[in-house]
Design a protein around this ligand. Structure first.
Ligand SMILES: [Zn+2]
Length: 229
């Protein structure tokens, strides 16, 4: 929060209280959801989208329209799926321990252990912002690393920035080179956008130095410039 100006902090607090009013944050598996934790979660949501709403829009929460609740597990959880192989041996569904999950129709699932504020680890790891990014991505119908862009943005520049970075990351991994950002981003363009969002908010300088054009596009999208603050 320190990086934001006083007026921005007010907007974030106001939006966070709106989030608490209209969305539900639900504890599962013995998670203890204190008021403080709920406020922290709502504040993270608000920090991501406050720039997208103007005061004139009366904080319509339009960018949050495709989900209603956040389930909070105390620790990483089993995704409840089984391993399912397709006819050609491709894994269609995988049983796994997840730190977060977002479904196209449904809410956001996180675990508090991985969401708790922390001094930056080797990799930025912000599960709520990651899952929120997936939800923003899904607003235009596809989960493809492309959320609905603002009028002043260029589709062409967006795709150029993200495709180049995605290819660079995949090349580095193929050649066994170290990667500056979490290699999980190389999974597919949707994961790249979600992981890049984590860095944008948690390690903006690292993202800027590694993929400046991705940083620039995210700055246009989130209408924030975390480095400058
Ligand atoms: Zn993801």
């Amino acid at each position: 929060m320190q990086r934001y100006r006083t007026t921005e902090r007010m907007q974030i607090r106001l939006l966070a209280s709106e989030v608490l009013r209209v969305k539900s944050i639900v504890a599962v598996q013995g998670m203890e959801l204190t008021d403080e934790i709920q406020t922290m979660i709502a504040t993270q949501v608000a920090m991501m989208v406050f720039g997208l709403e103007s005061m004139e829009d009366d904080l319509s929460l339009d960018w949050l329209r495709n989900w209603q609740q956040i389930l909070v597990y105390p620790t990483p959880f089993h995704n409840g799926r089984e391993n399912v192989l397709g006819f050609n041996g491709i894994l269609l569904s995988r049983a796994a321990i997840e730190s977060g999950e977002t479904q196209y129709q449904g809410g956001i699932v996180i675990n508090w252990q991985d969401d708790h504020p922390h001094p930056l680890r080797a990799y930025a790891n912000q599960v709520l912002m990651h899952e929120m990014a997936h939800k923003l991505d899904m607003l235009d119908g596809d989960t493809n690393g492309h959320p609905p862009l603002h009028k002043n943005m260029s589709e062409k520049q967006w795709f150029a920035a993200f495709e180049n970075a995605f290819e660079d990351l995949n090349r580095r991994i193929q050649h066994g080179k170290p990667t500056a950002i979490n290699p999980y981003a190389a999974t597919n363009p949707a994961e790249f956008f979600a992981v890049a969002t984590e860095y944008f908010f948690e390690a903006p300088l690292l993202l800027y130095r590694t993929y400046p054009k991705v940083y620039q596009q995210l700055s246009l999208f989130y209408k924030q410039n975390p480095i400058a603050k």
